[in-house]
Design a protein around this ligand. Structure first.
Ligand code: BJW
Length: 254
């Protein structure tokens, strides 16, 4: 079915929806100029995740891992949210319950104005003490020292992100599953839907009766299970949906 034919039935659902959850991935920030992980230009095409995004890699060579994150902080720090982020931020005011569950560590949802954001994989602007777990905000580009050390106890600091083989924060993950079970509609935006446990959230939402809307230029393992698949860029599709929603009179809070 052509995308424009999907819009009207989706708008009918959105006008009556009270509870929306959005799962986002690297693709929503692609139009801001931040590289994704998989795909032709993806980070994992140029770098080995095993060397840079695992606890073992950090143990072996913390400076190498930090140099990579310092480089990425430089890229991310120079980028702004795009229209996709801004539409999602505006929807927070339009639905009684609206939450973003993001795999991204770039903070662009918050920069766009979103408040209800669960960060499944952490945040690149936070550093964590490997000794006591203390969190530090650090916006310096470049970092003052590599590897950075804890100002309280002198232990090594690490990026506050979730690497392969590491557990996600259980509180955040439980909240994400709860939102997935409770939502009427789940948008899945810009994720290849291959990394667990994030990739299970839309299936949980679907099992609980939510309509699933995928926005992605490419098909993913999830595509066969979604109710609406918009094959395009989120910075274009989300504003299109928003425009239609405004035309259909945005739903109020009660
Ligand atoms: C656009 C667009 C535009 C482009 N508009 N869209 C075997 C089976 C099942 C699971 C496992 C397994 N072996 C190991 C596991 C577990 C593992 C896992 O899932 N691996 C799979 C890859 C197989 N998961 C974990 O290890 C997780 N922990 C865990 O499970 O704990 C329990 C456990 C413990 C011990 C052993 C095993 C399990 C942790 C996962 C942590 C992921 N970390 C990273 C790095 C974060 C920090 C950093 O950024 O440096 O998170 S990896 C990377 O992938 C990053 C992302 O958040 C994550 C997901 O990627 P995302 O966002 O989907 O990006 P892409 O690039 O994949 O996709 C972009 C999409 O956008 C594409 O589809 C494009 O088409 C699209 N796009 N332009 C809209 N304009």
């Amino acid at each position: 079915m052509k995308d424009d034919l999907l819009l009207d039935p989706l708008i009918d659902i959105l006008v009556n929806a009270k509870n929306i959850a959005v799962l986002t991935g690297a693709g929503i920030s692609a139009e801001s100029g931040i590289p994704t992980f998989r795909g032709e230009e993806g980070l994992w095409k140029q770098y080995r995740a095993e060397d840079l995004a695992t606890p073992g890699a950090f143990e072996n060579d913390p400076s190498l891992v930090w140099e990579w994150y310092d480089w990425r902080r430089g890229i991310i720090g120079s980028k702004d949210p795009n229209p996709g982020h801004f539409v999602l931020a505006s929807w927070e005011k339009d639905f009684p319950s609206f939450h973003i569950i993001t795999q991204n560590i770039d903070g662009l949802h918050q920069n766009a104005g979103s408040k209800n954001v669960l960060e499944l994989h952490g945040n690149i602007w936070k550093l964590r003490c490997t000794g006591k777990g203390t969190l530090f905000d650090d916006q310096n580009i470049p970092l003052e020292e590599i590897p950075p050390l804890c100002s309280d106890c002198g232990a090594l600091l690490r990026p506050h992100v979730v690497w392969f083989g590491e557990s996600l924060d259980m509180g955040i993950l439980n909240d994400a599953f709860l939102l997935s079970r409770e939502c009427n509609v789940m948008f899945v935006v810009g994720t290849s839907a291959v990394v667990q446990p994030a990739a299970s959230l839309p299936l949980t939402a679907r099992e609980s009766g939510a309509a699933i809307v995928e926005i992605n230029p490419d098909a993913t393992p999830l595509t066969a299970y979604v109710d609406f698949s918009f094959r395009g860029r989120s910075g274009e599709i989300l504003p299109l949906i928003d425009k239609k929603l405004i035309q259909a009179q945005k739903p109020g809070k009660d």
